[in-house]
Design a binder for this molecule. Structure first.
Ligand code: ADP
Ligand code: MG
Length: 255
C-alpha cells in the first residue's frame, strides 16, 4: 500500500515578470522522508519552497498537499491567493524555517513560539504554552523561555524558530538555508536538532549549502541548476558518484 505524499510538486514553472526562474520541476516528498535541495545561488531553491508554501504564485504546474491541488495562480498586479483559509492551512501545515530566524524582537522566546498557535490557529492559551515549553525543551533551550531573542546566540535563535515551526504541528517542515547565517561552531547545534527531527520520521524539505548535513539526513537529494533539476537521487549515489559535470563541479567547489 502506498500513502499519498505530503507534498508533490509537478512540472512547476515560475516567472518573475519575464524572467522564468523555475522551468518545469517535479519533486515529491513522501511522508517521513527528508528531501534536500542543493545548487548554486540563484538556481531556484528558495523559490520552490516559497511556491510550495504559497508565498509565491506560479504560472504552470501543480502543487499538491496530501493529494489536494493548492496551486496559486497569479492575477496581474493585484494578485492574491483566492482562498485565504486554504493559504493559512497550507502555511500551517508546511511550516517554514528561514535563514534569518525572523523572531519577533519585542516578544520573549516563549511568546514567539506560542503566538501563532494562539492568535492564528485559535488554540487554548494554556495548552499552547505547554506545547511551546515542550518544543523549546526538545530543541535544548527550555531554560530560555523568558528571555528576548537579542539575548540569544544565532544558534539558539534558530532553534527557537524551529520550536516555533513545530508548535504549529505541521505535516512537514520546510527549511531555507537554516544554518547559513550562523558561525560554524553554532551550525552544529542546529544540525543536531534537524538530525533529531529526521530520525523522528518528520517529513522535511531542506534547502542547504551544507553537503555533509544533506548527505546525513536526506532520503533524496535534488540538485538544481538554473531552474531545472540537473540530477537527483539517493545521497550516497549523488554525493559518492555524481554523474553530471555540473554536479561534479558544484560538489568540488563546496568541499
Ligand atoms: P536560490 O535560493 O537557489 O539562491 P532563488 O530561488 O532565490 O535561488 O532565485 C532564483 C532566481 O529568481 C534568481 O535569478 C533570483 O535573482 C530570482 N528571484 C528571486 N526572487 C525574486 C524576486 N522577488 N523578484 C525577481 N527575481 C527574483
Ligand atoms: Mg535561496
Amino acid at each position: 500500500m502506498t500513502t499519498t505524499p505530503v507534498l508533490e510538486i509537478r512540472n512547476l514553472h515560475k516567472a518573475y515578470g519575464a524572467l522564468e526562474v523555475i522551468k518545469g520541476v517535479d519533486i515529491t516528498a513522501p511522508k517521513g522522508h527528508v528531501i534536500s535541495l542543493i545548487g548554486s545561488s540563484g538556481s531556484g531553491k528558495s523559490t520552490i519552497l516559497r511556491c510550495a508554501n504559497l508565498l509565491e504564485d506560479s504560472q504552470q504546474g501543480d502543487i499538491l498537499f496530501k493529494g489536494e491541488p493548492v496551486t496559486w495562480r497569479g492575477e496581474g498586479l493585484n494578485r492574491h491567493p483566492a482562498d485565504a483559509a486554504q493559504v493559512l492551512r497550507i502555511r500551517t501545515n508546511l511550516s517554514m524555517v528561514f535563514q534569518q530566524f525572523n523572531l519577533w524582537a519585542h516578544m520573549t522566546i516563549l511568546q514567539n513560539v506560542m503566538e501563532a498557535p494562539v492568535t492564528v490557529l485559535g488554540r487554548d492559551r494554556a495548552e499552547a504554552e505547554h506545547a511551546a515549553r515542550g518544543y523549546l525543551d526538545k530543541v535544548g533551550i527550555g531554560d530560555k523561555c523568558d528571555v528576548y531573542p537579542a539575548q540569544l546566540s544565532g544558534g539558539q535563535q534558530q532553534r527557537a524558530a524551529i520550536a516555533r515551526a513545530l508548535c504549529m504541528e505541521p505535516e512537514a517542515l520546510l527549511f531555507d538555508e537554516p544554518t547559513s547565517a550562523l558561525d560554524p561552531e553554532l551550525e552544529q547545534e542546529v544540525i543536531r536538532v534537524i538530525k533529531d527531527l529526521a530520525n523522528e520520521g518528520r517529513t522535511m524539505m531542506i534547502v542547504t549549502h551544507d553537503m555533509s548535513m544533506a548527505r546525513d539526513v536526506s532520503d533524496h537529494v535534488v540538485f538544481l541548476h538554473q531552474g531545472l533539476i540537473e540530477e537527483e537521487g539517493a545521497p550516497d549515489a549523488l554525493f559518492g558518484a555524481p554523474k553530471s559535470e555540473r554536479l561534479q563541479g558544484f560538489l568540488s567547489s563546496t568541499m
